[in-house]
Write a protein that binds this ligand. Structure first.
Ligand SMILES: [Zn+2]
Length: 347
């Protein structure tokens, strides 16, 4: 019995989430119609052990949600999605990629995560990052969002629909210009530079509006030639995928290797940049379910890697699986238990 107690005490000591000082969770699936919904959402994130909530807040409710976060020692980052704009500003695909958009999605479609085949294309359109109209539109959006009462902005959806580059005439001209300056410029390097400079420009816009604003990103959709350029982004926390939502799940050895890769380069370009390994979890379909044990192994790998920040997604999906939610809470120092109920809520 004494030995068991000792083992449990050791397990508790090594499973503490204290070294992960920034523990963020994305939310996009929970109800947000009433104040009670919003309070429940914030309480749930806290109960799972997170201290930063990355979410889209109903208009006019930013101060309310920020206050609810702050009274629980949490930060609120407003989800800032770089989609939309005039249809004529969208990225251009090759004719072969365009043709694939009409085909049924394969069962192993990765929805913007590391694709299994070179032909995979993101279904939803994305704007071209080289068009001036796109810079103007999103600078306005970032400026407006930076003025809202939240701790920061969480950037999302800065990437390529084909995970490589845009094929529009503006981009073709940009590539030619880049090669005149640097004859050795490769397409992947140029395409990565475009994503990096666009993201950093938006960070500058946010800081010009509010100098101390917190900034984070999930690097998504994946940039296939180099998924891990997060260290080049002038943001505080760069969410970089180490475990993706969907089947086939990455082997744990791959998770560990990706962790090492993102951590090795953190702060190598920007002194205030911290890598936030991103773990996606979605079990709405059985084949995408990763067991509680597996999620625990991933969180332990993050904790043992020396990371000081974490991004997970998605809060509602985690709460859908109470045993997974409990395991996350135990790893991150939260109070959630599988029998957890909202205070005053129905059992
Ligand atoms: Zn383009």
């Amino acid at each position: 019995m004494r030995r068991l107690t000792l083992v449990l005490a050791l397990a508790a000591a090594t499973s503490s989430g204290a070294e992960l000082s920034w523990r963020a969770v994305w939310e996009w699936s929970l109800p947000k119609r009433t104040d009670a919904d919003l309070v429940r959402l914030v309480e749930s994130a806290q109960a799972l052990g997170f201290n930063a909530l990355l979410m889209s807040v109903p208009a006019g409710k930013e101060q309310f949600v920020a206050d609810e976060c702050h009274r629980r020692g949490m930060q609120l980052y407003l989800s800032t999605v770089f989609t939309g704009g005039d249809p004529s500003w969208q990225q251009a695909l090759t004719p072969a990629q365009e043709a694939r958009l009409d085909l049924p999605l394969p069962a192993d479609y990765q929805h913007g995560g590391e694709p299994l085949t070179a032909e995979e294309v993101l279904q939803s359109p994305l704007p071209c990052w080289n068009r001036q109209e796109v810079h103007t539109l999103f600078a306005q959006r970032v400026r407006r969002m930076a003025a809202l009462p939240a701790d920061g902005l969480a950037f999302d959806c800065i990437g390529y629909r084909n995970y490589e580059r845009c094929h529009c005439p503006t981009c073709d001209a940009g590539l030619r210009r880049a090669r005149r300056t640097d004859p050795g410029m490769t397409v992947p390097r140029w395409a990565e530079d475009v994503l990096v400079s666009f993201t950093n420009e938006m960070a500058e816009v946010a800081r010009a509006a509010r100098p101390l604003i917190g900034l984070t990103v999930h690097v998504y959709p994946v940039f296939a030639p180099n998924p891990y350029y997060g260290h080049r982004l002038n943001l505080h926390y760069t969410g970089e995928t180490v475990s993706w939502f969907f089947h086939p799940h990455w082997p744990l050895t791959k998770v560990e290797a990706r962790l090492q890769r993102v951590l090795q380069r953190q702060r190598s370009v920007w002194p205030d940049q911290t890598a936030a390994p991103f773990i996606g979890f979605d079990a709405r379909q059985l084949r995408h379910y990763r067991s509680t044990r597996r999620v625990v192994q991933e969180l332990e790998a993050v904790q043992q890697s020396g990371a000081s920040a974490l991004q997970m997604a998605e809060l509602g999906y985690l709460l859908d699986k109470p045993l997974v939610a409990q395991a996350v809470a135990e790893k991150l120092g939260g109070s959630y238990r599988a029998h957890w109920r909202q205070p005053g809520g129905r059992p």
